[in-house]
Design a protein around this ligand. Structure first.
Ligand code: FES
Length: 228
């Protein structure tokens, strides 16, 4: 079966009913698409098929014969950015790609930190599945500017949330994190007595959007969506 992946034509010898996700990972060694739910709910296996985002766990390989696919490995480079990366860059963001992503989230944090300007005042860590309401972020920055503390962490009704702001004093610690030691959680544990808790009115600081259902549920209460 022949189809195009990330601009290159590939010929795969497999049975048509094999899930495309398995072919991408096992036959083509494109492991950026992950299997999590296996039933089209989480999106961790997402690819672009003929311009549409689809879940590759639900697609049979026979369905893509002669078609064009883009996986995460084929999404733009720093030299040749895709539209999303370009939009961030145009707003002043410096786009960094972690090519050792299979080593886990700690590797991405370390990669991002390696690109920081030496003059930067703090590090705000925001995960891709978390909402980023500007009010909450401004409150964290304000807390960092007014109060001493190595870590500034949002709380809603007594529960710790995200994103987390780290003082640049902690850069040496952040460069040493590892998945084995639970990444940034190890830094939060180490400096627990030096955390400034910043009370928030927006519950979205507690949310993780891992499924479309999480997104819809969270959207009913998040301030950032109410304002759109
Ligand atoms: S693994 Fe395909 S949607 Fe979850």
């Amino acid at each position: 079966m022949a189809f195009t992946v990330n601009g290159q034509t590939v010929n795969v010898s497999t049975y048509p009913a094999k899930p495309l996700l398995d072919v991408l990972r096992d036959d083509l060694n494109l492991t950026g698409s992950k299997e999590c739910c296996g039933k089209g709910e989480c999106g961790s296996c997402s690819i672009i098929l003929e311009g549409e985002a689809v879940c590759s766990c639900l697609i049979l390989t026979g369905q893509v014969e002669g078609k064009k696919i883009t996986t995460i490995e084929g999404i733009g480079t720093v030299e040749n950015m895709d539209p999303l990366q370009k939009a961030f860059a145009e707003e002043g963001a410096h786009v960094i790609k972690n090519r050792q992503w299979e080593q886990g989230k700690s590797a991405s944090v370390i990669r991002g930190i390696s690109a920081l300007d030496s003059e930067c005042g703090a590090v705000l860590l925001v995960n891709v599945d978390q909402p980023v309401p500007s009010n909450s972020i401004n409150q964290l920055i304000d807390s960092h500017q007014r109060l001493q503390g190595k870590i500034h962490l949002p709380v809603f009704h007594g529960r710790r949330g995200h994103p987390v702001l780290f003082s640049t004093e902690l850069l040496p610690d952040l460069r040493e994190i590892s998945e084995e030691c639970q990444g940034v959680k190890s830094i939060i544990r180490k400096y627990d007595t030096e955390i400034v808790h910043v009370p928030m009115t927006d519950p979205s600081v507690l949310y993780n959007f891992n499924t479309p259902a999480d997104y819809e549920k969270g959207g009913q209460t998040c301030e950032f969506r109410k304002k759109r």
